[in-house]
Design a protein around this ligand. Sequence first.
Ligand SMILES: Cc1cc2nc3c(=O)[nH]c(=O)nc-3n(C[C@H](O)[C@H](O)[C@H](O)COP(=O)(O)O)c2cc1C
Length: 262
Amino acid sequence: MLAKLVTFPYIKPTNKNVVSQLAQITSEQNIRTVKENTMQEHDSSPLTDYIEYPVEEMRERAESFYQDIKRRHSIRKFSDRPVPRDIIENCIKAAGTAPSGANHQPWHFAAIHSAEVKKQVREQAELHEKGFYDGRAGDEWLDALKPLGTDADKPYLEHAPWLIAIFSQKKGGIHAGEKNTNYYVHESVGIATGFLINALHNAGLVTLTHTPKPMSFLSKICNRPEDERAYMLLIAGYPADDATVPAHAQVKKSLDEIASFL
Ligand SMILES: Cc1cc2nc3c(=O)[nH]c(=O)nc-3n(C[C@H](O)[C@H](O)[C@H](O)COP(=O)(O)O)c2cc1C
């Protein structure tokens, strides 16, 4: 039988009891089968965790998020100060909430803390990067990288407390261990990686998005199965005292250059 849709009372953020209100509503509402005009029959539950902000507060939040995310920079000099594992775990959990094709969540995050494993990653990455910077990349690519000052030396792969190797999965499903086709894998893993970078920044850490070419050595070091592909390596930790931001990286296109409103 089809349940009637309940109009959900939006929670006002000014209410101090938002959390308890949310918990109460969540426990009171059961998953029901809903049929809407344009949707096929499926199991669902009322939207209980949406928070509506008054427009002025929304405006402030949008501005304040922009001001905060503007402070994210790719950092290439890390301190070896430790970062507790539970912080990394929560950031990965945040990444795991990202949207994905058919909700198959086609990603795996290998969080590397072991000095021995970091050493192996550095050795392999520098080996591959040497070939890249010695000419394999081609002149145009190397010219594009010059203003960033990058080269084949990657000491941060050992200095930083955490390396997070991100893997994409061609096969999978909504439950771990399934081997169905995954959809929009590249897009999904890219979005999850964006969430992760954002979560780490929000926690007060700095990151570097690193893509040693080729990256397949990461699969072996991290013991990942053959049907997973290394997607990216994120370095996370505190910046070194003398960390810098290349001028080239601070040039961001203006709103007019990146957006159109129709
Ligand atoms: C897909 C991707 C791959 C990247 N690969 C590398 C890399 O291998 N090494 C590196 O030093 N930076 C790498 N970067 C970082 C970019 O150089 C950096 O994002 C860019 O210069 C803008 O600087 P920002 O991140 O501080 O805004 C990569 C970034 C992306 C998105």
